[in-house]
Design a protein around this ligand. Structure first.
Ligand code: ADP
Ligand code: MG
Length: 584
């Protein structure tokens, strides 16, 4: 028997319900208003009262309106067809709708039930299987999509029968499994999973041991993120968080991409709708959308949906990870999600934490980030979920609670700086404050030694140090004047400018410069360091400045041309001549 109740209080989309039976936290319910049934989620139970957040506008709702509890949590439907989809936080399919917005109380099916998939069995009759084991496979676009033993299955099962290879829709029984009590259970291509609970379905979650290439130098060269790692990009409004995330979505070395867009600007979500489907996958030349799922919050959905969307997005990633795929989850911006938590907490008149965010904000963020990771599946194969979120601290203040809590949870920190954005030094990632904790992992250092050459991490540290020293020299020059400091200060400053212009800055809108392969990143770092190692003998600071400006121009031309192309080599030769001419 499911519990029921009636509305006894309404504060915006927080509704208090008098309940007549047991109700659990995170349980779903429907509130009926006339002939509209609105979905809501229990956030707190207190005696015979439940506080529920309604995923809709509560306009017109009155005390006494009936509530039916569902006995289940908010779940994602998982199966072939998730890729290429555009959903809202409740997994309503936004692509099949007339117009962009759903009517209140209208919920659509996330997966297509008629579509046929070419299915091949992978297991054999008699096999002993447990949750998440692979039973069969369909081709989703060009990716192998595994049909797995549902994650909710407990204990061991025996495969009793398997559908032969063929074309089936997702509701077809593709296997019958017998449980330990001899009961037969059918398995289809769809399963459901509560979004707020992490999908296990793996044997081990070791520390990440590889880096995930993004093609963005401030990431890969300076502060690489691990495959299965976590990172975040805090930055004030307009500093390039979204542009950077889109570059990573496009170029990141992953099989599956899930974008959770909680847009800062109203038109951003519309842009994702229109622009993302046009993007070409640099790895396959096909549409990037074929291996992407977008979850976005339409502007007519209340704050509660933002929270649902990040969880739904993570659940979809975990599902694909269990197939042995590398998934990349991007959430822009997680501050919007935290604000939703704050609004709810304030409406419930809970004792507030810092800046009126809920006291458990840190724990909520940490729990979420900890769902990312590299895993070893039961069959020994690996899968990964790499997570990068953006944070938009009010006024760019990095001491605010969301940034501070996220800093504790994420292993990489890419601080976007207003100053650099104002100077159009994109991506505006601060080279001194940003970090990747993966550079301290012995596994990652070994990986980098192997793939980027012995001592790579030391070279990176040297480049960072040169940038830091250049900034210090520049501070002195600004205080004491060009003539008030020794020549070496000017040289030091210009060496750091060289690193800045050639390695840190990257033109996100140039078709070649936007995406740098690793061998190219290695080549350029070593080339720039080689120049920095030279001792120059300038007659004055003007000469030093002109010299470095000319050199930066040549090196930029290298960045704009295909690696090792004729043009690239011509500029390389020009650089040699330039260095020689000046006696270096
Ligand atoms: P945010 O998401 O932080 O508010 P956006 O990503 O929307 O900021 O960036 C704001 C603007 O800054 C962009 O429209 C673009 O003009 C410029 N910009 C950001 N990043 C880059 C980049 N890598 N290269 C060139 N321009 C950029
Ligand atoms: Mg943005």
């Amino acid at each position: 028997m499911k519990s029921t109740g009636k509305v006894i209080g309404i504060v915006s989309n927080l509704v208090t319900v008098q309940i007549d039976g047991p109700v659990a936290e995170n349980e779903l319910c429907y509130i009926t208003l006339g002939d509209t049934r609105m979905l809501a989620e229990v956030i707190k139970v207190n005696g015979d009262k439940a506080s529920v957040q309604v995923f809709e506008s509560t306009r017109g709702l009155r005390n006494g309106d009936p509530v039916e509890f569902e006995g289940r949590m908010l779940e994602a439907s998982l199966g072939p067809g998730l890729l290429s989809s555009v959903y809202d936080g409740l997994q309503n399919d936004l692509t099949t709708m007339e117009g962009v917005f759903l009517k209140r109380g209208e919920y659509t099916d996330p997966l297509h039930h008629e579509k046929l998939w070419d299915y091949t069995p992978l297991a054999s009759v008699g096999d002993k299987v447990i949750a998440a084991d692979w039973l069969g496979e369909v081709k989703e676009g060009w990716l192998p999509h595994k049909i797995m033993v549902p994650f909710s299955f407990k204990g061991e099962y025996t495969v009793k029968s398997l559908a032969p290879a063929g074309s089936y829709n997702i509701d077809t029984t593709i296997a019958v499994l017998t449980d330990e009590n001899g009961e037969d259970v059918p398995v289809t291509m769809v399963q459901k999973w509560p979004v707020k609970i992490a999908i296990k379905g793996y044997k081990e979650k070791p520390r990440p041991s590889k880096i995930m290439r993004t093609g963005v130098r401030v990431f890969d060269t300076f502060n690489p993120i691990a495959e299965g790692g976590t990172g975040f990009i805090p930055g004030p409004f307009g500093c390039g968080k979204t542009v950077l995330q889109h570059a990573i979505a496009k170029q990141g070395e992953a099989d599956v991409i899930v974008m959770a867009a909680c847009g800062e600007r109203a038109n951003e979500v519309v842009e994702i709708f229109t622009e993302f489907p046009e993007l070409i996958d640099p790895y396959t030349g096909r549409k990037l959308m074929e291996r992407t799922t977008i979850i976005c919050n339409t502007s007519n959905m209340p704050v509660a949906a933002r929270e649902a969307s990040v969880y739904t997005a993570m659940t979809i990633c975990e599902y694909y990870r269990a197939m042995g795929l590398r998934c990349l989850l991007l959430a822009d911006s997680t501050s919007r999600w935290a604000q939703a938590l704050r609004e709810m907490s304030n409406r419930m008149e809970e004792l507030p934490g810092a800046d009126a965010f809920p006291v458990d904000l840190s724990a909520i963020i940490s729990n979420f980030y900890s769902r990312a990771g590299m895993v070893i599946l039961n069959n020994g194969k690996t899968g990964a979920v790499t997570f990068i979120g953006t944070v938009s601290p009010a006024g760019g203040n990095l001491k605010e609670p969301v940034t501070e809590s996220t800093k504790k949870a994420a292993r990489c920190f890419y601080a976007l700086e207003q100053n650099r954005a104002d100077q159009k030094r994109y991506p505006a990632v601060n080279p001194i404050d940003s970090y990747s904790k993966y550079l301290e992992y012995p596994e990652i250092r070994e990986y980098l030694d192997e793939n980027m050459g012995q001592g790579w991490v030391d070279k990176v540290a040297e480049a960072k140090n040169l940038v830091r020293r250049g900034k210090e020299a520049n501070d002195q020059i600004n205080i004491l004047g060009d003539d008030g400091v020794p020549m070496s200060y000017h040289e030091r400053f210009w060496k750091s400018e060289l690193i800045d212009f050639i390695l840190l800055q990257q033109d996100g809108f140039d078709p070649i410069d936007c995406n740098a392969p690793m061998d190219r990143q290695k080549y350029m770092l070593e080339l720039v360091l080689d120049i920095c190692h030279r001792e120059f003998h300038f007659e004055g600071y003007e000469q030093c400045r002109e010299y470095f400006k000319d050199m930066i121009n040549i090196l930029r031309q290298m960045n704009y041309n295909e690696f090792h192309s004729e043009k690239f080599e011509q500029y390389r030769e020009e650089l040699n001549q330039f260095l020689e001419k000046h006696g270096n």
